[in-house]
Design a protein around this ligand. Structure first.
Ligand SMILES: [Zn+2]
Length: 484
């Protein structure tokens, strides 16, 4: 096949939550005998589309023999899940300085909520200045941070732990917890700063080495990631580190055979089998898209974006994704380019789509819901609602549209049509917002989501509609714009 098969990867929710997720599955049987287990299989034009933990994938119909419906399957975690989603639990360290931290934790968080009055009292006692009083205030905020972290509230977890550090700046447990929260937010460089501080206090901590490995992994520094994780294992056996190390070594081994190119915003790797001219062409194309997306979103991702060009087989080996997988973005943009000599129109669209995911991911610290990710990625690559407008408007009129709240998380559980329409709705909603008030509104929504606001609240502040209103306005827009 001389073309890239398109997919849209779901990169933020396809992590740990999907382990043990069970759903009805179909089997796609290819003419070469290969069997692919998949969910939500639909035939569409000359393609067969299906959902996997890596997002929607598609195959050319010409290679499919038949589809077997039904059956149930346990879906494994995302192939090559985003580095932010590594299966690594928060550090387990007891604060070192002073005693009584457990009593303080119980008093600071009880009955399922944080006792802010109690913490405020600890803080006013700390103003007296004894070492123990300062330690107590730190422990109050630390307990609040742990509670928030366990509820997925990374924004407040970070604020509380940073406040705790003001009272106990050398406490490794606090430094590691700030670092851990940054890692969960894909903020690898910031995380390293705190880990280096922790290492100065506890040079032989396996927890510090474990988290440093994760930070380097996120920064695509595989040698350092492997070194830190080996160091962590030498200090203490740890199944999470073992699994992460195996994955990093697989990536590293594969990538050692790869040549490397760099441009201002990208680090690109490709196997010897790919043409150097193609690699340069891909970088030129990506830089062009980078400028376009940068000015559209008025945002420039601070970290260099990793891109890997694969021959089809290497791609499946590394990501453990099913065969015939197209491009995906799991923190790095992974693109199969077998048989291509230069960037054609379809590859260019795929690159722009996946690059948009990287921008949104970095701008929102991984907090953008699926409909924003996929809607904006489709819009940026140049898709518009034209063909699906009439059908969507009709579905809405009939009251069969999925409520927008249902488009926020993973789309894995949706039926075949449900998944197809989820992409179409996501595009239509983004298109409506952009066409009505301009890309500035999208930028403002992303900013708010990035600072921890719920997406519907962000939408309400920016476009003054709740989800129901927005859906209705989108349906009206589709009718008005594309109707007869
Ligand atoms: Zn996508």
């Amino acid at each position: 096949m001389n073309r890239v098969i398109r997919i849209s990867a779901v990169l933020f929710c396809a992590g740990l939550l999907l382990l043990n997720f069970r759903a009805a599955a179909d089997t796609i049987v290819l003419k070469n005998g290969r069997r692919i287990t998949a969910m939500s299989v639909v035939e569409e034009g000359d393609k067969v589309k299906y959902q996997t933990s890596a997002g929607e994938l598609s195959l050319p119909k010409s290679i499919v023999d038949h589809i077997e419906k039904g059956g149930a399957v346990a879906v494994a975690g995302a192939p090559g899940a985003d580095a932010a989603n590594l299966a690594i639990a928060p550090p387990e360290t007891q604060p070192r300085g002073g005693g009584g931290s457990e009593e303080i934790a119980h008093a600071a968080v009880h009955d399922g909520s944080i006792d802010r009055e109690y913490i405020a009292r600890l803080e006013s006692e700390a103003r007296g200045g004894t070492k123990q009083a300062n330690f107590n205030a730190a422990m109050g905020h630390h307990a609040a941070s742990i509670f928030e972290l366990s509820h997925g509230d990374l924004e407040h977890a970070l604020t509380d732990e940073r406040t705790a550090l003001i009272y106990a700046p050398e406490e490794p447990a606090l430094l590691m917890n700030v670092a851990y929260t940054h890692l969960r937010r894909s903020e690898y460089k910031q995380s390293l700063d705190y880990l280096e501080r922790a290492r100065r206090v506890v040079p032989d901590s396996p927890e510090v080495a474990k988290l440093e490995g994760w930070a380097y992994y996120g920064l695509n520094k595989m040698d350092q990631a492997v070194a830190e994780w080996k160091r962590a294992l030498a200090l203490r056996p740890d199944a999470e580190v073992r699994a992460a190390l195996d994955k990093a070594q697989r990536d590293k081994q594969e990538e050692e055979n790869y040549k490397e190119n760099e441009s201002s915003h990208f680090t690109l790797k490709y196997s010897g089998a790919a043409e150097p001219a193609l690699a340069r062409d891909v970088l030129r194309n990506l830089e062009m898209h980078f400028s376009a997306i940068e000015s559209a979103l008025n945002y420039s991702p601070p970290d260099s974006i990793g891109v890997i060009l694969y021959t089809q087989e290497a791609f499946a080996d590394i990501t453990k994704a099913p065969g015939w997988v197209g491009a995906l973005n799991d923190g790095r943009i992974r693109v199969p380019v077998q048989g291509l000599a230069s960037v054609d129109q379809e590859l260019s669209r795929v690159l722009k789509h996946e690059l948009t995911h990287s921008f949104i991911q970095q701008k929102t610290h991984g907090h953008a819901p699926t409909w924003v990710q996929e809607g904006l990625a489709q819009w940026m690559e140049g898709q518009r609602s034209g063909e699906s407008a009439a059908v969507l408007a009709q579905i809405y009129t009939d009251g069969h549209a999925v409520p927008m709240g249902g488009l926020e998380g993973s789309w894995m559980g949706l039926s075949g049509n449900g998944a197809r329409y989820a992409y179409a709705w996501a595009l239509a909603i983004i298109e409506y917002i952009v066409e009505t008030d301009g890309m500035g509104d999208i930028e403002r929504i992303l900013d708010r989501v990035g600072s921890g606001m719920a997406t519907e609240a962000a939408v309400k502040e920016v476009v003054h509609s709740d989800y129901n209103d927005l859906m209705q306005s989108t349906a009206e827009y589709l009718r008005k714009t594309y109707g007869h």
